[in-house]
Structure formats: C-alpha cells, structure tokens
Ligand binder design. Sequence first.
Ligand code: KG4
Ligand code: ZN
Length: 353
Amino acid sequence: MSNQSTPPAITVLGIETSCDETAVAVYHSQRGLLSHTLYSQVALHAEFGGVVPELASRDHIRKLIPLIQQALQQADQPKIDAIAYTKGPGLIGALLAGGAIARSLAFAWDVPAIGVHHMEGHLLAPMLEPRPPAFPFIALLVSGGHTMIIRVDGIGRYKLLGDTLDDAAGEAFDKTAKMLGLGYPGGPIVSKLALQGDETRYHFPRPMVDRPGLDMSFSGLKTFSLNTWQKAQQQGDDTDQTRADICRAFELAVADTLTIKCKRALEQEGLNRLVVSGGVSANREIRYKLDQLMTKRKGQAFYPRLEFCTDNGAMIAYAGAQRLLAGEHNDLDFAAKARWPLDSLHPPCHSQP
Ligand code: KG4
Ligand code: ZN
C-alpha cells in the first residue's frame, strides 16, 4: 500500500557564499548528506585583518564551479532535483555571485531553485546529526554577524527572544584578537590561546545579566579587553602570557553570559532542548558551560559537528530541501538580501516572495 503522506525523495545541491567560505554540498532527503566541499578564503583576507567584500565576491566566482564539480563527483548521484543557495543575510556581492551561478545552473538543468536564509541554515544544521533535536526548542545562534536566542516551533516558525544590542559574540572574539595582534578570524585563535591562560588573573564583567530579559551586549567586553591590554602595555607586561590570560577571561565572560541567557530562555519558555549553532558554537568553553547547564536541568544540548558550526553548504542544502519538499520554490528572478530578519520567515509554503 502506498503511503500518501511520504513526499518523494529529492537530491539538492546546496551553495553557500554569504561571506568568506565558498561551500557546496549534495543532500539526499532519504540517504542524507552525499558530499560536501569547502574553500576557505581566510588566507586571502588575513593580510587585511578582516573580510574584504570585493575580494570575497571575486573569489567565490573563481572557486564555485570547480567546487560544484567536485561535490557532484563525490556524491556520485546522477540527478540533481533542485538547487538551494544562500539568499541572505550576508555580503551583497558574495551573495549575488552564489545566487547567479545557482540560478543559471537551475535554468540550464531545468530544476527549481530556492533562496535560503543563512541563519535558518545554521539553525537547522544539527538536524544533519545522528540524533537530531525534536521541535520545539530554544536555539542560540552565535556567529560573526549574529547573536540571537530564538524559540523554534518548526521550520519557519521562529520567535526572536533575545538579540545583541551591539556587537555579535563572534565579532567581539574577532576584535579582541585583532587588538591583541593575533590575526583573523579571531575566535579559533582566542580560544586556542585561552587554553594557556590563567583564569584567576583577570575577571571580566558578564554584560546585562543583572537586567531582566534576553538581550545581550558584547561591545563592552571587547573594550574591557582593550583597556586590560593597554594597561599591561603601560606596565611593560605585554607578554604572550598576558595575551593568553586576557583571552581566557574574555572567553569565560562570553560563555557565562550566553549560558545565563540560555537558562533564562529555557525557563521562560518551559523548554528543555537547546540547539547551539553558528561559528562561535565551535568554542570548547561555551559548549562545556552549556552542557553543564543542560545536564543540571536534565535536558539536552544539540550542536552541529564541528565542521558544520561555521559556514558550510550542507546546512543550506538541508534547509532548502525541507522547504522544497513542502512544495516551496522561488520564481526565476532572484534577490540577494544583505539584511533579512530571521523572524520574518514563514513556514514552508507554495509561493514565497
Ligand atoms: O557562522 P560563521 O562561520 O560565519 C558567520 O555567519 O558569521 O561564524 C564565524 C565566526 C567568527 O567570528 C569566528 O571568529 C567565530 O565564528 N568562531 C569562533 C570559533 N570558531 C569560529 N569563536 C569562538 N570560538 C571558536 N572556536
Ligand atoms: Zn554563518
């Protein structure tokens, strides 16, 4: 007997070009992830201490076709049924590069294409793991551009509970690294150096935890790092050990702040499942603190595997597949959106603008 409610299996090519990673993946809705490839532009931007948008766009164009060929070859799947690409938010030129190639391929192959919200991709990335979370859950999305706490009741059913009022957590990591002369991107460097830090030497504030609500602020922490470093310089104590001690104090302050806010969100919403995603969710201390919180609450924390915490094509292919399976796709013309609030999304439907 056929099961009417089971949609047909589809194979989706996912393309991510919102910032400084060119990433491609092939996802099969029943067999799971078939392949994923990525080219990081970190070396290209390193000498400038941050992403140079024009260079990013040019490099996406250069790398995308070879990466797509590689992903298709590795997937060993003769037929692609649809293409999902990152429509926003992100660097406009970088988004246009990926969107134009995605749309052209979709036209040439006569398959539908869908523009995916980058943060929805991050949010759904833990669904690619062997034990995916069930809805509803609280999601902490922490990346270079966003720090959000969201109640998630289903795909496209997002209620923004808390946001950063200034810098994103990842941005604060990156700026702290830059001030200490540590290079870019700062998150991985700061967290590696923090391992050698003495956590009793400095104590950084936990911003906004004394105030009610779920909003956050990280620019003050970055300034605290700067002041601490400048003081050490004046005292002739600007050593590698001081750098490590500052990194440790900074990382602990971010981890504690995020943990306090997540606890508050779980209590407020009466939920006990926490999804943590985005580049900063690769941080060991943040994971440790959040795991501790969830163990204490007898709940569960869900993360993407480390390589899918940062930008990747798999999360875009997965998110696109879910919307395509529900019958959604966009018209032939396409738009790239530099800004695009996550809570403006709707559940999948047949005609999305
Ligand atoms: O999600 P992502 O790859 O790109 C955006 O959508 O922004 O996140 C990149 C951010 C950067 O700010 C980077 O410094 C941070 O994630 N990051 C980390 C770690 N790995 C990456 N921050 C803290 N600890 C890490 N281990
Ligand atoms: Zn991202």
